[in-house]
Design a protein around this ligand. Structure first.
Ligand code: SAM
Length: 241
């Protein structure tokens, strides 16, 4: 049996690549995203009353990994990347049907030139992720404070202190007018130490890079400190100082 599903829209987020996207929503609250509706769903009627809800569930497709094969067992990063659990005991992106779900904050409803969109924050979604459905978050039912969650019981703690080099500070001043949340966004993302588990606890001079919006962020890790070295604009696949 197969079921055909068509996305209702897509989301624009600062996250241009999978690396360094937080592993769950709510961890990087400074991240803002905008949900755009496809024509068939671009009517105020579809979102009438949505302003009553502070948070929404997004059901989406892990589109970038949708063509990868799935396996019954996965290795959750929370378990250090070695121990395996069943895919249905995980929130892995590699799963049958490639569906994800994230509770996010609704910041603003935008209606401009007949286009409806929703400004949200705190999402863990790649730029251009297809949105399958949106539902209001209902605290009395969706929040279960005494729920047990094994290896995912507690929020991961920020593990790095983020500092900016003089060059990065100067570049921040240039880019801040376009991206007012940029400093906090970088601090929240890198503070979680997005390096793969096997790079951690090993001293290394390695320069890491990630693209947020149209900016390439480069940083090094020294002990428990992350130093942002450069923030350069990406243009035509190349870097511009
Ligand atoms: N909160 C969702 C859930 O539980 O279903 C997603 C959890 S999943 C562990 C979050 C990760 O999915 C992110 O860190 C990012 O690496 C990846 N991701 C986000 N959007 C994606 C997309 N459109 N395609 C593939 N991977 C994506």
């Amino acid at each position: 049996m197969s079921i055909e599903i068509s996305p209702i829209g897509y989301i624009n987020t600062p996250y241009k690549e999978k690396f360094a996207i937080p592993r769950q929503p709510g961890l990087v609250t400074a991240a803002r995203g905008q949900i755009h509706f496809y024509q068939a769903f671009n009517s105020v009627d579809f979102i009438r009353g949505i302003e009553q809800f502070s948070h929404l569930w997004l059901i989406f497709q892990f589109h970038q990994t949708a063509n990868k094969s799935t396996s019954p067992l996965v290795r959750p990063p929370r378990l250090g990347g070695n121990a395996k659990v069943g895919v249905f005991a995980s929130r892995s992106t590699h799963r049958p049907n490639n569906l994800g779900m994230s509770a996010v904050k609704l910041e603003k409803i935008i209606s401009e030139d007949g286009q409806q969109s929703l400004l949200i924050s705190g999402m863990d979604l790649l730029d251009n992720t297809p949105i399958i459905d949106i539902k209001p978050y209902i605290p009395y039912s969706d929040s279960i404070p005494l729920a047990e969650a094994g290896y995912g019981q507690t929020r991961p703690q920020d593990s790095l202190v983020v500092k900016f080099s003089q060059a990065a500070n100067e570049q921040l001043i240039i880019h801040q007018p376009q991206y007012p949340q940029l400093t906090v966004l970088i601090e929240q993302i890198l503070g979680q130490d997005p390096r793969p588990a096997y790079h951690k606890n090993k001293p290394s001079e390695r320069l890491y890079g990630v693209t947020l919006y149209n900016l390439n962020i480069q940083w090094r890790v020294d002990g428990k400190t992350c130093v942002v070295e450069h923030i350069n604009k990406v243009q035509n696949e190349g870097l511009v100082p």
